[in-house]
Design a protein around this ligand. Sequence first.
Ligand code: FMN
Length: 192
Amino acid sequence: MDKPDPADFGILDGISEVIATTRSDSSIPNAAPIGIIRNHDRLCVQLFPGSHTRQNAARTEKIVANIIHDPVMYVECTFGDPGPEAFEYPDEMNYPVLKRASAWILFECSQSKDNMFELTPMRGVIRDKPLLCINRGKNAVIEALVHATRYRLNGDARYLDLIGHYDRIVQRCGGSAEKEAIARLKEIMEVR
Ligand SMILES: Cc1cc2nc3c(=O)[nH]c(=O)nc-3n(C[C@H](O)[C@H](O)[C@H](O)COP(=O)(O)O)c2cc1C
């Protein structure tokens, strides 16, 4: 089978946000938003200590990039994990992918130094190719989420202002999925 070309999956130079799926030694699936960093032919991820994704990727030396556009999934996977029904295990791969992903690529990954893990594409599937216009509301959900993860780390109130800013963009430019996602994000942050 030919190795997949990440460009066919929309993974171009710069940082592409995906939901990474991995599994633990005892086969518990995990999902979390992660940025795939591409610089010409070099592909890598920076995985900060403390996440299940990093632990699983280090142990299994595999990671799946799920290309998915559902903003609610991004929120759910940042603060927790979807239930087992959200995952499937294509063919004999024995590695989880998200059922609802538009496309996925399985990478072999090896830690190079510090938090960097180099990625080699092994196999991939494109299920559908949505022609998506840029939607500022969708992008704003992702920005708000990044600030929410930073807020969770250090509690700096500056991040709450930034989340408020992106919330206003979601309300103006987003659709119902984006509005549901930001409402969920705010709900989770109030609880914690
Ligand atoms: C858009 C977005 C991109 C992220 N990119 C990364 C990343 O590249 N590396 C990383 O270690 N964490 C990243 N995070 C944070 C993780 O998703 C977050 O820490 C998550 O809770 C880890 O979950 P896990 O413990 O299930 O792996 C990102 C979060 C968001 C919202």
